[in-house]
Ligand binder design. Structure first.
Ligand SMILES: [Zn+2]
Length: 253
């Protein structure tokens, strides 16, 4: 049983250490607890980053690459969601320190392939920075990936009303329906659709805005188009892509 297990927290210290070595990929899901409109639970990013990382690890194991998944770093950078309530945020320095502490621990136990699997929009830049800083500091490749940015092509082919993940949208609502249907308030989906949208920044530009400026409901996108079946396809596409890339030795050489 333990031989197939990918969840770090479900293994003993000795069972984890038996897998330490050059080829094992350790995935660290990173997320946020924050408002996801009137219809999705605040743990959405945590459930989805964890689901993508776990499915990726199982695919890697099945393909002969040993893999482990740590528990999700559930708190991220969500200041831009605070006015809607229900949101727990860290500041940038604390978030970077938390991610660094976990990655450093993993490296100290002899693991040499570490992937930060991000599932929250507000963490994208910080995770890329952490991957750079930790690779230099640890002398071990620490790869950062935001799962939907690695899946622009596969997600675009599955979604009907948007090109990729937005927020509490067709994509996120579908995936939560697939993994935690009890965290979706179906009766609130109709009123989750935003009436007001801020214009997006031009391609290549970063213009930071709080979410109250961006949308009146806390949602970006149309969750009415969501389904559990679509969510299952998105999660399978995401984990397929991540397993394919994280399983390549060249990424880690
Ligand atoms: Zn989200």
């Amino acid at each position: 049983m333990a031989a197939d297990e990918v969840a770090w927290a479900r293994l003993t210290a000795a069972e984890i250490q038996a897998r330490a070595g050059v080829a094992t990929v350790v995935l660290i899901p990173v997320a946020s607890i924050e408002q996801h409109g009137p219809h999705l639970a605040t743990g959405t990013d945590m459930w989805l980053a964890s689901a993508v990382a776990e499915r990726t690890a199982r695919r890697l194991q099945a393909a002969g690459t040993p893999a482990l998944v740590t528990p999700c770093i559930w708190s991220g950078l969500a200041e831009h969601h605070m006015p809607f309530g229900g949101t727990l945020t860290l500041d940038e320095a604390t978030f970077g320190a938390a991610v660094g502490g976990i990655a450093r621990s993993v490296a100290r136990h002899g693991f040499r392939r570490i992937a930060l699997v991000n599932g929250h929009g507000g963490n994208v830049e910080a995770i890329a920075t952490a991957a750079i800083v930790l690779t230099r500091e640890l002398g071990v490749p620490v790869v950062g990936v935001t799962y939907w940015n690695a899946n622009a092509d596969t997600f675009g082919a599955i979604l009907e009303t948007q090109k990729n993940v937005m927020h509490a949208c067709e994509a996120e609502t579908s995936m939560v329906m697939a993994v935690h249907p009890d965290c979706v308030r179906e009766a609130n989906i109709a009123r989750a659709v935003p009436k007001r949208f801020a214009p997006p920044a031009p391609p290549g530009f970063k213009r930071h805005r709080g979410f109250v400026e961006l949308t009146d409901t806390g949602v970006m996108g149309d969750p009415r188009a969501a389904s559990a079946e679509k969510g299952e396809r998105l999660l399978e596409a995401a984990s397929g892509r991540l397993a394919e890339e994280l399983g390549r030795a060249e990424l880690w050489s």
